[in-house]
Design a protein around this ligand. Structure first.
Ligand code: ADP
Ligand code: MG
Length: 331
């Protein structure tokens, strides 16, 4: 049974960056306003995510890392919207099958917190009382210690930390009311350091730099209605003709979840190249809001390639909106 669990867990948590994404999403779900990430050896030695969210109640600790334990199910009315959020109650459990998980947490109104470690879905010891300020810190140590081949592949690739920095940069410019940091263990300087702000542009400037932020065209928030009552909302930024980059950066959120959508990316690249023939590849930040039952993120569990109901129509509408804005900026 434990081999089956481990293999299943290895599907949910494919790389260190998948663990970071799940942990940060949990912190956001706990209403954190500050999320700090520390990484050692590209996440293989240590991933530590600390937040100032609402914490985990003492009585929830024994079952926290059991599969399909989630405190969030009651919030969703139908199966469809549960599905749209990805794996429910599987992330933390999975991490305990492929790494060593230690949780330190304190809930509001309590004088001290608790610390407890997990392995293979269960607590290793009774929760120990400890000092804590606010929120939750989750440490994942020795990720894939029991998956030798996976560990070897990842050890040889140096880009996992880069992937984590990239993930947090994307999260930071969408969740502008939350401050994020990400650093290597022992490093004085953070590689992502965003401060909560009310302005998306400020946040993009802090995270991606002036050369990106000063060369953007705003796609003003637009709502799309159809006779068939289908509606979506879109807003964002696309780079102008002065922007220089070899690769497209598309930061896409659908219903506040970071996803990928290859057809949409291609559509924007096409109008960008047509409008600015001499320009390089674009930078795009885009947030789309749709009825949850129109979104299917389960095409593949970790790639997060999203598929949307009426996708062709949505892509087409966004493409013309972007084209119009880019043209106006060019005049
Ligand atoms: P899910 O997010 O799908 O519910 P997870 O395995 O990611 O499942 O987390 C299990 C549960 O642990 C969550 O539902 C939540 O109650 C609790 N939890 C995890 N991380 C945090 C956190 N940082 N702050 C508060 N609660 C948390
Ligand atoms: Mg989760």
């Amino acid at each position: 049974e434990s081999v089956v669990n481990r293999i299943a867990a290895g599907e949910v948590i494919q790389r260190p960056v998948s663990a970071v994404k799940e942990l940060v999403e949990n912190s956001l779900d706990a209403n954190a306003t500050s999320i700090n990430v520390v990484v050692k050896d590209g996440g293989l030695k240590l991933i530590q995510v600390s937040d100032d969210g609402h914490g985990i109640r003492y009585e929830d600790l024994p079952i926290l890392c059991e599969r399909h334990t989630t405190s969030k199910l009651s919030k969703y009315e139908d199966l469809q919207s549960i599905k749209s959020m990805g794996f429910r109650g599987e992330a933390l459990a999975s991490m305990t099958y492929v790494g060593h998980v230690t949780v330190t947490t304190i809930t509001k109104g309590h004088l001290h917190g608790y610390r407890v470690s997990y392995r293979d879905g269960v607590m290793e010891n009774e929760p120990k009382a400890c000092a804590a300020v606010k929120g939750t810190q989750i440490m994942v140590e020795n990720l894939f210690y029991n998956m030798i081949a996976r560990r070897k592949t990842l050890q040889n690739s140096s880009d996992d930390y880069t992937k984590i920095v990239d993930l947090l940069s994307r999260m930071a410019i969408h969740h502008t009311n939350v401050s994020f940091s990400c650093r290597k263990h022992g490093a004085a300087r953070a590689d992502v350091h965003s401060i909560a702000t009310s302005s998306r542009l400020d946040s993009i400037r802090t995270v991606y730099g002036v050369s990106v932020a000063s060369n953007l065209v705003q796609l003003e928030a637009s709502e799309y209605n159809d006779s068939s009552s289908f509606v979506f909302k879109m807003d964002g930024y696309v780079s102008n003709s002065n922007y220089v980059a070899k690769k497209t950066t598309m930061v896409l959120f659908v219903n506040d979840r970071l996803v990928e959508c290859a057809p949409l990316k291609r559509a924007v690249e096409i109008v960008y190249a047509a409008t600015f023939p001499k320009a390089s590849k674009p930078f795009i930040y885009m947030s789309i809001v749709l009825p949850p039952e129109h979104v299917d993120v389960n095409v593949h569990p970790t790639k997060r390639e999203v598929s949307l109901l009426n996708q062709e129509l949505i892509v087409e509408k966004i493409q013309s909106a972007v084209e119009l804005k880019l043209r106006q900026s060019n005049d």
